[in-house]
Design a protein around this ligand. Structure first.
Ligand code: SF4
Length: 344
């Protein structure tokens, strides 16, 4: 599929996120989950469905000679799935994916870490712990800070640091917490992310006042692009096999078909997803279709089209500075000379 004249979207996804479950044990103030959990149907992905998805995706990777990326989960906490190591081992044995999972860390117990090490599956672990003090961690995430620290200490002692990525939200952190986190992680080689922007997840979460760093996006009338290009590379699959738009679609407003009944490629190239892409990338009007993009800060419309014009922000390379000055100087000399000649 061509987008802005480029062959941008391949007929298969480069990355797949699988929600192997739907439950989460945290109550984060910046996540829609506590507000919308009663609206969603919950469950754990059936093993047969997971095997089908993984086999399908492995076929794609082998036949297109790519290294895929398989990750868990968008909204839920995957460590609550008792046989998470089995899910990861099945995917790891395919030999064609990088694998990571997102976690709040509260259930990332030593036994689970030991299993990854014993089975040599070594998934990358993306921890999101936001703040770093007992009182505020409890208040902002609704979890036990001491338990988190115990789990973190074990993880950092036993697990390769190159596979650990820890995210904080600087708008939520106090100066004391920054100091405490620096002290706690001073010898680590794990990647520490200090995120500055807090998204309201396409207006799916009512952020506490002052936290919407990108501002509350006003609804858009006509779309021109997704600045993150999310629907171009990644496929999101709910626990029941339903494919949905992206990680902002936490209310599951979209339904692009089910990978239980179809292959990943059939859904990826299906009419429903193509129609949505036509709307997102400005090829057609939305009509009755209301995609989450219309309330998402990452979508681009006429008013913020400039964020797609990256090259205009490029600074000229310094190498050309002296050359440019020489050309300008010479140019003036020629113009002056010609001017004099013309006058004479
Ligand atoms: S614009 Fe927002 S909601 Fe739409 S695809 Fe991109 S990230 Fe998802």
């Amino acid at each position: 599929m061509k987008i802005f004249g480029l062959e941008a979207r391949k007929p298969f996804p480069a990355k797949v996120t699988v929600d192997i479950n739907t439950q989460c044990n945290a109550k984060c103030v910046i996540c829609p989950y506590p507000q919308i959990r009663t609206e969603l149907k919950h469950g754990v992905m059936e093993w047969g469905l997971y095997q089908k998805i993984t086999d399908d995706y492995a076929n794609i990777c082998y036949s297109n000679r790519i290294m895929g990326e398989l990750s868990y989960c968008n909204m839920s906490e995957p460590t609550l799935v008792p046989n998470l190591p089995e899910f990861i081992k099945y995917a790891r044995d395919k030999g064609c994916f990088t694998i990571y999972f997102n976690t709040n860390g509260s259930n990332l117990k030593p036994k689970l870490i030991d299993t990854f090490i014993k089975e040599k599956t070594y998934p990358a672990i993306h921890l999101n712990i936001m703040v770093f003090s007992e009182e505020r961690y409890q208040k902002i995430m609704g979890l036990d800070f001491d338990l988190l620290k115990e789990n973190l200490q074990y993880l950092l002692k036993k697990y390769p640091h190159s596979l650990i990525d820890i995210g904080f939200f600087t708008p939520l952190m106090t100066a004391d917490e920054v100091g405490a986190a620096k002290e706690f992680f001073k010898n680590t080689k794990a990647v520490l992310h200090l995120a500055k922007d807090i998204s309201d997840r396409a207006s799916n979460v009512y952020l506490p006042q002052g936290l919407a760093s990108a501002g509350i996006p006003k609804p858009k009338k006509r779309l021109l692009a997704c600045s993150k290009n999310r629907p171009i590379h990644r496929m999101h699959i709910n626990y029941d096999g339903r494919a949905y738009l992206c990680d902002q679609d936490m209310r599951l407003e979209t339904d692009f078909g089910n990978v239980r009944d179809n292959t990943i490629e059939e859904v990826w190239n299906g009419k429903k997803i193509m129609d949505a892409l036509d709307i997102i990338y400005g090829k057609s009007d939305a009509g009755e279709e209301r995609l989450p993009c219309f309330k998402c800060e990452y979508s681009v419309d006429d008013e913020n089209i400039k964020i797609l014009k990256g090259p205009s922000d490029y600074k000229p390379r310094k190498l050309f500075g002296p050359l440019k000055r020489w050309v300008v100087k010479k140019g003036w000399a020629v113009i002056k000379k010609r001017g004099r000649l013309a006058l004479s």
